[in-house]
Design a protein around this ligand. Sequence first.
Ligand code: XUL
Ligand code: CO
Length: 438
Amino acid sequence: MSATYFPDVKGPIAYEGTDSKNPLSFKHYDANAVVMGKTMKEHLRFAGCYWHSMRGAGADPFGPGTRIMPWEDGSEMEAAENTMHAMFEFLSKLTLPYWCFHDRDIAPEAKTLTQTNKNLDQIVALAKKKQDETGIELLWGTTNAFSNPRFMSGASTSPSADVFAHAAAQVKKAMECTQELGGSGYVFWGGREGYETLLNTDLKREMDHLGLFLNLAVDYKKKIGFKGPFWIEPKPKEPTKHQYDFDAGSCHAFLQKYGLMEHFGLNIEANHATLAGHTFHHEIKYCVDNGLLGSIDANAGDLLLGWDTDQFPMNLYDTALVMYEVLRNGGFTQGGGLNFDAKVRRQSTDPIDLVYAHIGGMDAFARGLKIAAKMHEDGAFAKVVKDRYSSFDSGIGADIESGKADFESLAAHAEKTNIERVPSGRQELLENMLNDYL
Ligand code: XUL
Ligand code: CO
């Protein structure tokens, strides 16, 4: 193990305020500063992700990886251990309180499942030691049931029952590892749970299998006493043409149909929201209004590109409006947080680029939190929305909402009511107000 993998970062990154010219400092993220009764650290619950930060070398369909990753050194298992050391050095220096991983990110897959699980046990023991030494905690764990060629046609939605069994074995083990490391939650992103063509796909059978699989996961969670919630991570497409967990709304319907609402929330990723044709804000608001806000994969897409670019979040409108909803939710009540499921660009090749990227993302969300808190404290937007629906607070509106009205009483009301005009939506004024907060 090398003494340090990030030699340019001497100590933990500190808050130095907006006047600082030090690029290795936070300008806005002041972990212990109190905002609306909680520290920024408690509100934002930042996590670093293992797959992009430690394992993603920058390969794209046109060329191999470009990044310098000095921790990928030695035999496969030595490299796995070095990488875990590098991850905790990186998390500590960025003062990231949480981390997230897939089973296959942290330990190499062997020829047999038995040996693969042994590899995992060895690395999980090291991760546990590093957690104890640093106080850094696991936000969530998950399974990579999409990279191995056996999962080419899906995992729990594969037409092969043997593949279904392999996916179950993997989730079983990854859930045990997550429990061992004290993870807050467990994520299901349906990597290839979708289809390429309906000509070879029994859509109903595949979705039933997915529902069954998640119910089996709930049974096992109860059996081992894993306390954390499960979170589905919606994504509409990529790698498959159509993914079953399309967006928050379709996951909500799925969870209700298969009797899973009690055990699941959602992990909303910004770039997945935009791929589904929604704003990040929309997906989060939908979750808050339906008791589904689990956790967030904090990244951003490029609106000119139609794929998952997983860039670092820099847009203050996004961070402010998303934190406005998180505050409205009373925080991450299911134990989630903001996981940087984001990668540096292929031309950002030095380990230090990873540090700049996270500083930028953390500051963007800290600013978003401060803006959102001010919006809540002023209450101006909440008042606009409340007033806009005030016709439902009394009279016929109250009768509608309470279920007292029927079509006959509504028709009688309409006959004696002449609607001259509906009040203005005032969108432009509201957008001006929003800009005043930024
Ligand atoms: C893929 C993606 C995953 C999940 C975890 O688009 O976001 O990394 O976050 O499997
Ligand atoms: Co993600």
